[in-house]
Design a protein around this ligand. Structure first.
Ligand SMILES: Cc1cc2nc3c(=O)[nH]c(=O)nc-3n(C[C@H](O)[C@H](O)[C@H](O)COP(=O)(O)O)c2cc1C
Length: 368
């Protein structure tokens, strides 16, 4: 069975899946997500799609083939670059990587818990940053020959397995490895809700960003944009502080954002037959909610960030990226109207893949 048919089957089964015991559904989804990804790595499209020239944009001197690319976490170890380049993505993003290899979370005999709420166009995950480690993956990044002019970014994060100073030293070392590997841009994940230690990245943000400025931004051996990704749960009142910090320290962009932990708020957007599974997941694992429930917050946060940047005139070229609930052409148009430079998608990508397979970007962009 090819990978598109496999994705379609899951959609056909969605109404029945919702009636099965929640734990069984989550256990199955968690395993089938891994099986699906494995199959995906084995399948490379034979026909390449190049988005039309008028959709390309040059940001920080890098030519992005369009305004949409994958979000972090899809290809944690740099898998599927060729596939993404052939599909016609604006760019490719590997990671999130950490300095050391991590197995990720396991609870209730479920490894790397994940579930999709297909009817609600949403998902939950509590993976806990599984990855093979930057010391291994940077070598992989190095061997990714640029294909069809598809730029390569990498998402990095201070490993939750290290404390304060050591954690920062390793994070900067990871950034140097990817710089030397030749990636085009870096994204710092400041927003993962899924590490066992809670949310270590929530405190001392200013000190961490200052440290990276001194030990990486100021030492860059070439023009290598560094973006910071925050949560979609960021309060709009926090925006001026966060953006002023990024402007003053010389960062190159911001991404809103990562998954949400506002379970009660998003429950309203989960259709009733899927709420039982949603409740089980959020009460047993917690994790981050993704997909359609984040559509409004990502647009609002990113739009406000654009307005603030435009009023503040930071000296550096500073771009705003939107991630959360992107599914359709209308979402891209709303972002463009707000002045958002780039979009990333995860949950919506896989939904569209079920319909269009490797034509996923072609179908989305053909009407623009
Ligand atoms: C299974 C899964 C794994 C993820 N892993 C990461 C990650 O490693 N790093 C990160 O910054 N975001 C990660 N995310 C968050 C996505 O990059 C994205 O910010 C979020 O899902 C919202 O986008 P969406 O609504 O298009 O899914 C993950 C999301 C999912 C569903």
């Amino acid at each position: 069975m090819n990978i598109k048919t496999l994705a379609q089957w899951e959609h056909v089964l969605a109404p029945f899946i919702a009636h099965l015991p929640a734990k069984m559904v989550i256990s199955n989804y968690s395993q089938s997500r891994l099986d699906f990804l494995k199959k995906l790595t084995e399948e490379i499209p034979t026909k390449a799609y190049q988005p039309p020239e008028h959709l390309a944009r040059t940001l920080w001197g890098i030519r992005f083939r369009s305004s949409i690319m994958n979000a972090a976490g899809m290809f944690k170890n740099g898998e599927c670059y060729d596939m993404i380049a052939m599909q016609g993505a604006g760019a490719y993003l590997g990671g999130t990587g950490t300095w050391n290899a991590r197995k990720g979370n396991e609870k209730e005999n479920i490894s790397l818990p994940f579930v999709a709420y297909r009817k609600s166009h949403a998902a939950s995950n509590w993976l806990g940053l599984p990855n093979n480690g930057d010391t291994k993956n940077f070598l992989h990044a190095q061997t990714l020959g640029k294909m069809l002019d598809c730029p390569i970014g990498w998402s990095v994060m201070g490993s939750p397995d290290y404390e304060s100073q050591e954690k920062m030293n390793y994070l900067v070392s990871s950034m140097c490895l990817y710089q030397n590997a030749g990636v085009d841009f870096l994204e710092i994940n400041e927003s993962c809700p899924n590490t066992e230690q809670g949310k270590p990245q929530d405190s001392n943000l200013a000190q961490r960003l200052q440290y990276i400025k001194e030990h990486f931004l100021e030492q860059r051996s070439r023009r290598l944009p560094v973006i910071v990704k925050f949560s979609n749960d960021t309060q709009k009142e926090q925006l001026p502080f966060l953006l002023d910090l990024l402007f003053s320290l010389g960062y190159d962009g911001v991404n809103f954002g990562n998954t949400s932990t506002q379970y009660a708020l998003h429950r309203e957007k989960i259709v009733p037959p899927e709420q039982k599974i949603y409740d089980y997941f959020t009460s047993t694992f917690g994790g981050g909610v993704s997909g359609r429930p984040l559509n409004e917050s990502s647009l609002e946060l990113a739009s406000r960030a654009v307005e603030y940047r435009n009023a503040g005139y930071p000296p550096q070229e500073f771009h705003v990226i939107r991630t959360g609930g992107i599914e359709t052409l209308a979402d891209l148009q709303a972002s463009a109207q707000a002045g958002i430079s780039l979009n990333q998608w995860f949950t919506g990508y896989f939904e569209n893949f079920a319909y269009y397979g490797h034509d996923v970007y072609k179908k989305l962009l053909s009407l623009l």
